[in-house]
Design a protein around this ligand. Structure first.
Ligand code: NAP
Length: 536
């Protein structure tokens, strides 16, 4: 148990995690003269991009947008090589940033924060780590990532399986050799859709176990056109400013989006969708402005993609299995490189585990209700306990010993996704209730870090010790997040945005939809003297 008498180090701030959020937080806090220690479970920086090393891992936001903007020299100097950066290139980028800013000396790697307890008398957080560190910090900042706690289904017999099993989100650093192997991939989300085409090329045989068919559009990844790079760099500040005004904080310079799919004739829509399909990527969902608001509009896009799937997959039975039945974009749209084409290979089979669920792993493979599959390697592409999993994996205790797990037992409750009542001076970077995963993550992280650092500096300047959200502000914000979501089609299916992928997780829509509105709200809160917070 933590106690003041055991404390080995006093700092102003502890930061948990050294992904994009933790690294930028460290840089900004240091610059503000705040003493800070960062703890990171991995052996290096990068967070998501450190752990997700599966074959084909690649960002689905274009390279020129998926990077820090706080340093003009940095964004001018760094050269991306592809339209969509691969995981190794993003990891190289974040390492470059960490080295350039000399961040690593303040990051303790291979160390998890296991407990953070509020000492109500001093108002400080007592933080325990897996390495036995005990720290006292005025501020505890959770930069733990939205998709960092992996979800491995509790399938009986996992220990009995005599082959090799891996999760895409905890991929072995020395890779996995699929050559000639009988491989099973469980899941058909983004991670699976990116890795399946590459695994299929290497494996002797690949069986994909699909519970829910997913929509995917071609990424059309390619070497980055130097002219595109030069154009963006010619006015990077303007490019970033335009993106900040977009609903997802991205895609500003994509031309040709139209208001309503329903105002166009079927022929016009066909031409329109074909153009967006051919240009590639997630902007397909922005081709008409009402696709996530009107089910009939959405259906026009869904039918277009369904037809593409039927045209691509030669076996009609397999093609029908691959046709999704949910709203397009309700589960995050995927961007692929040859995903549907992979099912035309002789060494690839698709199995529907909604009809015949997974029952157990056996020493030789996997058993569904209907059949046994002999496998050498099983890839769990089964996603994450998103947005709350990493936070609730730490024993966090606030006022009166209340645990965060108890506070959030019916779903996360926050004010602005930044703080939660009962846990003063504990900040969450891109926490539930903020745009986070429904925005371009890097600008969303920068906006949060800038807000938190300014808040800490303002408190220091005003000789204030503590900040906490009010219960009325939190309640109103939670209602508002839900109200905004209910205007859209997002809550209409079992997505991880709702926690629906994890058994027994409360069904609550977690991200806030609308990056510009959110940024304006954060700025207004500050302009009104930190409205909705009590500072003492
Ligand atoms: P995911 O989207 O949650 O997909 C997990 C898959 O596993 C789903 O198909 C899910 O089926 C299936 N599954 C889970 N539990 C299962 C079970 N017990 N039995 C059978 N199937 C099961 O996870 P992900 O693919 O790792 O992607 C998560 C998010 O990470 C993405 O949405 C995206 O935001 C991000 N990501 C981004 C990129 C990129 O930038 N390109 C790449 C990878 C990931 P159900 O749908 O039925 O639950």
């Amino acid at each position: 148990m933590s106690g003041a008498n055991q404390i080995r180090e006093q700092v102003d701030a502890v930061v948990v995690g050294a992904g994009f959020a933790g690294c930028y937080m460290l840089h900004r806090l240091r610059g503000a003269g705040v003493s800070v220690r960062v703890f990171e479970k991995g052996t290096g920086v990068g967070g998501t991009w450190y752990w997700n090393r599966y074959p084909g891992a690649r960002c689905d936001i274009e390279s020129m947008e998926y990077s820090y903007q706080f340093d003009e020299d940095l964004q001018q100097d760094w050269e991306w090589t592809e339209r969509y950066a691969s995981q190794p290139e993003i990891l190289a980028y974040i390492n470059h940033v960490a080295d350039r800013l000399d961040l690593k000396r303040d990051i303790q790697f291979e160390t998890s924060v296991v407990r953070a307890v509020l000492d109500e008398e001093s108002g400080r957080w007592l933080v325990d780590t897996s390495a036995g560190d005990l720290l006292s910090a005025q501020f505890c900042i959770m930069a733990t990532g939205c998709l960092s706690s992996t979800n491995t289904p509790d399938v009986p017999g996992l220990d009995s399986f005599e082959g090799n099993w891996v999760h895409t989100g905890q991929w072995p650093h020395d890779g996995v050799d699929f050559t000639g192997k009988r491989v099973g991939v469980i899941g058909t989300g983004s991670s699976a859709i990116q890795s399946i085409p590459i695994i299929a090329e290497q494996a002797g045989h690949l069986t994909v176990f699909q519970r829910t068919a997913n929509y995917s559009v071609p990424a059309h990844n390619a070497p980055l056109d130097p002219a595109v790079q030069a154009k963006v760099k010619g006015d990077y500040v303007g490019f970033r400013a335009r993106n900040k005004e977009m609903p997802f904080g991205a895609f500003a310079d994509v031309e040709g989006r139209e208001e309503s799919a329903l105002l166009a004739s079927p022929d016009e829509r066909e031409v329109h969708y074909e153009k967006w399909w051919n240009s590639g990527g997630l902007t397909f969902l922005a081709s008409y402005a009402d696709l996530m608001f009107d089910a009939n509009a959405n259906d026009t896009a869904a039918q277009f993609v369904q037809r593409k799937i039927r045209e691509t997959v030669t076996d009609p039975v397999t093609a029908e299995m691959l046709i999704p039945d949910q709203v397009l974009g309700c589960k995050r749209l995927c961007a692929d490189s040859g995903y549907f084409e992979t099912y035309n290979r002789d060494n690839v089979d698709l199995v529907d585990v909604r009809k015949a669920p997974l029952q157990e792993l056996t020493p030789n493979g996997l058993r569904t209700r209907d059949a046994d599959f002999e496998l050498d390697t099983i890839v769990f592409a089964t996603g994450f306990d998103a947005m709350t999993g990493a936070l609730l994996g730490i024993d966090i205790r606030g006022r009166n010993g209340l645990t965060l797990a108890d506070k959030w037992s019916a779903g996360p409750r926050t004010y602005l996704g930044l703080m939660t009542v009962g846990f003063p001076n504990l900040f969450t970077v891109t926490g539930p209730g903020s745009p986070s995963v429904l925005a371009n993550m890097v600008p969303a992280i920068e906006q949060h870090v800038d807000w938190i650092v300014a808040c800490i500096v303002d408190m220091r300047d005003a000789s204030l010790q503590q900040i906490e959200a009010t219960i009325s502000a939190e309640d109103e914000w939670v209602d508002h997040v839900n109200d905004v979501a209910s205007l859209t089609l997002y809550p209409s299916c079992n997505s991880w945005y709702l926690g629906a992928n994890v058994p027994n997780k409360p069904r609550v829509f977690m991200p806030y939809i609308g990056f510009p509105t959110y940024v304006a709200k954060c700025e207004e809160v500050v302009a009104n003297g930190y409205e909705g917070f009590v500072r003492t």
